[in-house]
Design a protein around this ligand. Sequence first.
Ligand code: HMG
Ligand code: MG
Length: 286
Amino acid sequence: MPAHVRIHEVGPRDGLQNEPGVIAVADKVALIDLLSRSGLRDIEVGSFVSPKWVPQMADSDQVLAGLTPQAGVRYAVLVPNMRGWEGFLAARRTDMTTDIAVFISASEGFSQSNLNCGITESVARLRPVVQAAEDAGVTVRGYVSCVTDCPFDGPTAPDAVARAVEMLRDLAPMQVSLGDTIGKGTPERVTAMLKAVRDVAPATDLAGHFHDTGGLALANIGASLDLGLRAFDTAVGGLGGCPYAPGAPGNVATEAVLALLDRLGYETGVDADVIAQAAQMAKGMR
Ligand code: HMG
Ligand code: MG
C-alpha cells in the first residue's frame, strides 16, 4: 500500500488573508465547501485575530456560519490569544469539528511584527488558550514561523526552531507545522533545520509549510519527505503570503503538491480534479 501523506489546505486562511480586495463571505464559503468535497481532511478557514491587523479575516465568524459541514473534514481557525478564543467559542458550531491553530515565531523580529510581542510573551499568551481548548475538547495545532529565514532578522538557526517547537509542545502535545514564511529555504537548510527539530519532536508530529518565493517549495517538500514528514500545508491555486512578512508570496499550490506526491508514489485521498476546479475559483478571487 502506498504511504499516506496528509494535506492541510490553508488557502482560505493563509491565502486569502493577504488579498487586499474585499472578498465576499459567500465566495469564501463556496471555495471552502468545494474544497471540502475533494477528499481533503483538514481545511483552515479563518482567523480570530485582530481585524485591525488582518482585515480580510474579520468575517471568519460569518464564514464558519455559512459552511456546509462535510463528514470527516476537520475545519481549523487561527487563535492568537484569549480574545480570539472567545471569538472562536461564540462562532463554534456543534455540527462540525473545528480545531484551532496557535502560532509563534522562531525569530524575535517576526514575532514583534506579527504578534506585537517577543517569543516568550507570545507563548505565555497561548498558555490559557491551549488550556481552554483542552478543557473544551478542541484539538490544537501549532505553527512556528520563519524556520529558515526571517524578513527582519535574516537566517534562523536550526536550534532556535527546535526551541520554539519545544516551547509549543510544553504547553500540550500538538502537531507543529514548520513555516518557511518567506520561502527562502533550500533543501539543504530545511534538512539541517529538520534534523534539529527531530531531536525534540518525532517527524510524525511535524508538518511542512512552505511558501514558494524561491521556487524551491517542492524541493523542500522532497527533503522533508526524506526525513519522515508526512503532512504538508498547501494552498489551492498557490494563494497566499503573510501581511506581516514583506515579500512573502503564495503558499505552495495544492495542485502542484498533489502532482509531486503522485509522481513519488504517495497517496493523499484528495481528488485532483476537484482541486483543479477549486484552483480556478481561487484564482478568480484575486
Ligand atoms: P495588540 O495590538 O498587541 O493587541 O495585537 P492588544 O491585546 O493590545 O489589543 C489591541 C486591540 O485589538 C484591542 O481592541 C483588542 O480588543 C483587539 P481595542 O481596545 O483597541 O478596540 N484584539 C482583538 N480583536 C479581535 N480578535 C482578537 C484580538 N486580540 C486583540 N484575537 C494581536 C496583538 C495578537 C491581537 C495582533 O498582533 C494580531 O491580531 N496578530 C495576528 C497577525 C496575523 O494574523 N498574522 C497572520 C497569521 S500568521 C501567518 O500567516 C504565518 C503562518 O502561515 C505560518 C508561516 O507561514 O510561517 C501561520
Ligand atoms: Mg504561511
